[in-house]
Design a binder for this molecule. Structure first.
Ligand SMILES: C[S@@+](CC[C@H](N)C(=O)[O-])C[C@H]1O[C@@H](n2cnc3c(N)ncnc32)[C@H](O)[C@@H]1O
Ligand SMILES: O=C(O)C(=O)C[C@]1(C(=O)O)C=C[C@@H](O)C=C1
Length: 247
């Protein structure tokens, strides 16, 4: 996957008008670099995913990866679990993401059952699953659509199944939020992004990526039916939660 990836320079030159962020061909071409330099702890979250699957996934169960992009979570699972341990379906709305993810799975893990479908996760008919991954995807849905999706996912999970929900978050306390965002921008600078890139990307993401608070995420999970959810990872304004369906 990484050899087909370019360095992210999308926002490096001054733009007269910054367009809304979208998962088009330009983003796809540099996505692995973009996400690793923009999401604190991204690699650690992928690493832990396999360990969580080893603990919670029934042998041979079905796994959904919603908003799978280039299939990084699928690759992480295939790299650590035996071919008959799970069946994977990645879903994404972006045709460019879907075609590259399919190609990657063909080349990198043809011995595993890996499928990718182009679909809207809000309208998909879900098959019963043991693990559902929503990594940095819920934040891109209109807020009004989020609860209905989570309720569908709760219904699709088998007893004992788990949902992994990773998101950029906002802090309800203005001062705490400002501190986290400032340190997040330091993190981006340390990863080679300029002030111009940081500010133009921020503009492009306005009203496109609308983060919830951590409390709101736990609240949404409870409302969807999950009796228990735990924040297992947090790094500045990024977090990952696990939600359990009773066994
Ligand atoms: C930040 S990326 C996810 C990153 C990916 N999960 C990973 O870990 O590498 C968000 C993805 O969600 C997809 N997406 C956004 N809205 C969607 C929807 N309604 N249905 C399906 N995919 C969607 C986008 O096309 C994009 O590829
Ligand atoms: O660069 C940012 O500000 C981000 O929020 C990073 C983020 C995300 O959280 O999804 C935004 C867009 C890209 O999809 C990759 C990562």
């Amino acid at each position: 996957m990484s050899d087909a990836s370019y360095r992210d320079a999308i926002f490096s030159t001054p733009l007269d008008r910054v367009a809304r962020f979208s998962f088009d061909e330009k983003v796809v071409a540099c996505f692995p670099d973009m996400i690793r330099r923009s999401v604190p702890g991204y690699g650690q979250i992928l690493g832990m995913l396999s360990l969580i699957a080893q603990r919670h996934l029934r042998h041979g169960a079905h796994v959904y990866d919603l908003g799978c992009s280039l299939g990084a979570s699928g690759l992480a699972l295939a790299g650590t679990l035996e071919p008959d341990a799970f069946r994977y379906t990645g879903i994404d709305l972006s045709p460019a993401m879907v075609s590259q993810a399919r190609q990657t799975f063909l080349v990198e893990c043809s011995d595993h059952a890996m499928q990718v479908e182009e679909a809207d996760i809000r309208t998909l008919e879900y098959a019963p699953s043991g693990l559902i991954i929503l990594n940095f995807t819920l934040q891109f849905l209109p807020a009004a659509d989020r609860d209905a999706l989570l309720a569908k996912l709760y219904a699709a999970l088998e007893p004992g199944g788990v949902l992994i929900l990773s998101e950029k978050t906002v802090d309800a306390d203005e001062r705490d939020n400002a501190w986290r965002v400032e340190r997040y921008h330091d993190f981006k600078r340390a990863n080679g992004y300029s002030d111009l890139e940081i500010s133009q990307k921020r503009t492009a993401l306005e009203n496109v990526l609308v983060p919830d608070t951590l409390d709101a995420l736990h609240g949404r999970l409870a409302k969807a039916g999950f009796p228990r959810s735990v924040t297992w990872f947090q790094y500045l304004n990024f977090a990952s939660l696990i939600a359990f369906k009773e066994g």
